[in-house]
Design a binder for this molecule. Structure first.
Ligand code: ATP
Length: 870
């Protein structure tokens, strides 16, 4: 915004440098090259007849005053209007803020001097210009007696304060109102309307309308006098007659232009005080209705005409449209008279809401400041020469035009500069926008990248998840397969064990059948001869009614056996399934129990015996152990002949005389190994009286044993064969080491046999390999080949059974023990510690009685004994 150039008179005081446009060639041509001395003498610098000052109103009633949009320079000549988009400076002849400067100060500063001039004959026009509510009337008429306005102060200054004596100055005052392009005489009333009583109030109907003659109102009434007070009172009354109306901008808005013309006829001075109506447009006034709009339009007509006049004079137009309105017609003298000075007071508001009106007002004032005296001004040559005066006027006008052009150019330059600055700022802002946009794009790209990364991570996660699930599935499947495999293995093992159990059950059934048969056989010994050897033995044992024995071999009660084995250095742990299964299988069924009970009502339930006598159990076991060990360990090695197997493997049936002792020994062994100590003690208590004397029976048993031994296995047991199991004789164990006799099916292999032997040997399985003695190679049978070697391929000895010779493994520790034993030990004996009891018992018991080899062989083959161990 370009600062409005100040007048030449004050240009030295302004801080802004005025840029004078160089005069063009044409204009230079306008000036005579040979200056007319008269013209030069009369050519004065252009005179600005219009001075413009600003008066910024205050809002004393407002509690919270809005931030002012106006700022004034320290010299009080430039006012800056601030807006959001920028600011604009206007250079005036003076700026006054009513907040800081009351009417009095304002009057003294800008008006007093001019009034003094009027007093001496000058002409002065003071115009109040500005939008509605900007304080025009307030400044012109003041605010009551406390703060009188310019009108009353001027009167007082011209006429003086003293009302009584009267001043020396005489004045004539007329008050005119221009409303709706009509001039009314406010001092005159229409007598027909108001009947001459007082002043009519408001309205234009009773006002005297005046016509304009020349540049003045024709027949205007005036008040004349020398007393300021009286005239002021009249003016106060007149003031109230002005047409006012409430508008949006002002509650009591002056709808007319008011002119107070004060003439000092004695000196020719004249003061015109003009309070113009608001300069707002129709919309801003908020007037509705045709009449109101017309009124506003008419009011604006005066303002617009005045504006055009000002512009026209400022532009140096040949024609100034004074006659466009009544207002300008009445003001023509003020503009044209060289002695007339115009003071335009721009009333403005600091309220941001009034920004637009304030700008328009200041622009108007800036334009008015450009007015210079032109050709229209009748400046008659004192010499009366029309040509010279015309040339002077022309020169003056050209100078004024040059000055105005220079102002315009400077404004243009300023605007260009501002435009360049704005463009620079715009460019800068555009760059910032571009930078922000690129940043935004980058961020979007980052966001896209993040999304891509996120997607990749998600993909990878899904992949890993799928892989993990796959692996889990695989693991699950493997686990299931493993479980299935284990289950199958277990099933196979169970089946295998069931087979073994079945085999043992059959064996048991056979024994039971034999036993039953022997029972059913009744009195005759002959019938017993047809049964198996074992049955015979049982019958031999239990046929005597006088004998008090128990044959309850309770397999379901492992406790006695456990306790016996608990004394052995090699403890037995019946924890495997086989033992429990065996127990289940071998447990006599209720029917069987009842049968046995019927058969031997007085000999049932050895287990109850153990339960009743637990306190003495340990002691008794020792006795049993001693006896059993004594019986076994001191028995000489039988000399049954195993035909063709050498001395070491043969042993002979002993003398018949020993049958009684053999019988007794057999009974002792059965009861001892069955753990029935009490029965044993009963037997031992009665054996001299009842058992031993039965010589015939013992002999019969011996015969039967012999017969049994001579009978082929195939014949005695359909589909089963007997197998003697023995340890191989070595240099360390030169004597035969018979373990037991087993029954297996004909088609059994060495692998099957191994299982039985291993079961037989218990938890302390001794490593061994089978020897096929008698074979040309005579070598060991590899363990892996055992399943392909039939048990029947073992050497058959003595027409009784097959001989399975075991070669102990290197790791076997018991081998040394068994080697030390002179007997064909069963596994039980093989595992026992042959320490003190052995020797002790050996010394105290009958040695010869225990040397019956057939009995020992039978005992060792007794399935009850074998199974009871496991
Ligand atoms: N400087 C000021 N200090 C205090 N009050 C003011 C000032 N200027 C104006 N006023 C108050 O503002 C109101 C309107 O002022 P005023 O009538 O002078 O406005 P105006 O420009 O004459 O409006 P219009 O053109 O409508 O007549 C009045 O009540 C007046 O007292």
């Amino acid at each position: 915004m370009a600062p409005t150039p100040s007048s030449s008179a004050r240009s030295n005081q302004t801080q802004f440098t005025l840029i004078r446009t160089p005069t063009t060639k044409q204009r230079l041509n306008f000036h005579p090259k040979t200056p007319n001395p008269d013209a030069t003498k009369d050519h004065l610098p252009p005179e600005h007849p219009v001075e413009v000052v600003g008066r910024i109103r205050d809002y004393p009633d407002r509690k919270e005053k809005p931030a002012s949009i106006l700022q004034v320079s320290p010299d009080n000549q430039t006012v800056r209007v601030r807006a959001e988009v920028g600011y604009r400076d206007f250079t005036l002849d003076g700026v006054s803020f009513s907040e800081q400067e009351g009417i009095e100060s304002f009057y003294k500063r800008f008006i007093e001097e001019r009034i003094k001039g009027v007093k001496v004959g000058n002409k002065c026009t003071i115009m109040m210009y500005g939008p509605t509510g900007a304080g025009k009337s307030h400044t012109m008429f003041g605010c009551g007696k406390e703060e009188p306005g310019i009108v009353y102060r001027s009167l007082r200054d011209i006429l003086g304060d003293s009302d009584q004596d009267g001043g020396v100055t005489f004045v004539q005052v007329s008050v005119l109102e221009v409303y709706n392009e009509e001039i009314y005489d406010l001092l005159s009333t229409n007598s027909s309307n108001n009947l001459g009583i007082g002043w009519p109030k408001g309205g234009s109907s009773n006002k005297v309308r005046l016509e304009v003659m020349g540049k003045k109102a024709k027949n205007a009434t005036f008040i004349s006098g020398t007393e300021a007070g009286k005239i002021s009172k009249e003016i106060v009354k007149v003031e109230k007659r002005r047409i006012v109306k409430s508008t949006l901008c002002n509650e009591r808005s002056s709808r007319s232009h008011c002119m107070i013309i004060l003439d000092v006829p004695t000196v020719g001075g004249r003061l015109m005080l003009v309070d113009m109506a608001g300069s707002e447009n129709i919309d801003q006034a908020g007037q509705t209705g045709f009449e109101a709009k017309m009124q506003t339009a008419k009011i604006n007509q005066g303002n617009i005409a005045l504006k055009r006049v000002v512009e026209s004079i400022a532009n140096g137009d040949s024609h100034v449209p004074f006659r466009d309105s009544k207002l300008t017609m009445l003001l023509q003298d003020s503009f044209e008279d060289d002695k007339s000075k115009i003071l335009m007071i721009l009333c403005a508001s600091p309220d941001p809401k009034e920004l637009h009106k304030t700008l328009c007002t200041l622009e108007y004032g800036a334009k008015a400041k450009c007015i210079v005296r032109g050709s229209h001004t009748p400046n008659k040559d004192k010499n009366g020469g029309d040509e010279s005066s015309s040339a002077v006027i022309l020169g003056t006008r050209i100078a004024a035009m040059d000055e105005f052009i220079s102002k315009l150019q400077s404004e243009k330059k300023q605007q260009e500069k501002e435009r360049n600055d704005a463009q620079k700022q715009l460019k800068k802002k555009e760059e910032e926008v571009a930078a922000l946009r690129s940043l935004l794009i980058q961020k979007e790209a980052c966001a896209t990248n993040e999304e891509a990364i996120k997607e990749k991570v998600n993909e990878r996660t899904q992949l890993l998840k799928a892989e993990l699930e796959k692996k889990l599935e695989e693991c699950r499947r493997m686990a299931e397969e493993f479980v299935e495999m284990e289950r199958r293995r277990m099933e196979e093992r169970i089946v295998q064990q069931q087979e073994e159990l079945e085999m043992m059950r059959r064996r048991l059934e056979e024994i039971e059948v034999e036993f039953k048969r022997s029972r059913d056989g009744g009195d005759t010994v002959r019938s017993m001869d047809e049964t198996s050897g074992f049955a015979k033995r049982l019958r031999g044992l239990y046929s005597d009614d006088d004998m008090v024995k128990s044959m309850d071999l309770d397999m379901g009660d492992p406790e006695p056996v456990k306790q016996i084995w608990g004394q052995s250095p090699v403890s037995y742990q019946p924890s495997n399934t086989i033992s429990s299964n065996l127990s289940d299988v071998l447990q006599p069924k209720p029917s069987e129990k009842s049968m046995l009970a019927q058969m031997y009502p007085d000999r049932v339930c050895l287990s109850t015996v153990f339960e009743e006598e637990e306190v003495e159990e340990d002691e008794e076991k020792v006795i049993i152990e001693d006896k059993s060990i004594c019986s076994i360990t001191t028995t000489p090695v039988p000399s049954l002949n195993f035909g063709g197997m050498g001395e070491e493997n043969s042993f002979n049936i002993t003398d018949d005389k020993e049958s009684e002792m053999s019988r007794k020994l057999r009974i002792q062994n059965i009861f001892t190994l069955c753990g029935n100590q009490r029965e044993m003690s009963q037997h031992t208590g009665q054996e001299n009286d009842q058992l031993l004397p039965t010589t015939n029976k013992g002999e019969a048993l011996a015969v039967e044993d012999a017969k049994e031994n001579s009978i082929s296995v195939d014949e005695s047991n359909s589909g089963q064969i007997d197998i003697y199991v023995k340890w191989e004789a070595t240099t360390d164990t030169p004597r035969k080491q018979l373990i037991t006799t087993l029954k297996v099916t004909k088609d059994a292999t060495l692998a099957d046999l191994r299982k039985l032997i291993e079961i037989y040997l218990g938890s302390d399985n001794q490593a061994f390999t089978f020897l096929k003695l008698g074979e040309p190679c005579g070598a060991q049978v590899a363990k892996e080949k055992e399943s392909s070697v039939q048990a029947t391929s073992l050497p058959f000895c003595n027409g009784h059974a097959y001989l399975a010779t075991l070669r102990p493994g290197k790791s076997s520790q018991l081998q040394s023990l068994t080697a030390a034993s002179p007997l064909p030990l069963t596994p039980i004996e093989n595992k026992m510690q042959f320490t003190t009891p052995i020797s002790k018992v050996t010394q105290n018991h009958q040695v010869d009685e225990l040397s019956s080899s057939p009995i020992a062989a039978h005992l060792s083959s007794t399935p009850f004994i074998t199974l009871r161990r496991h």
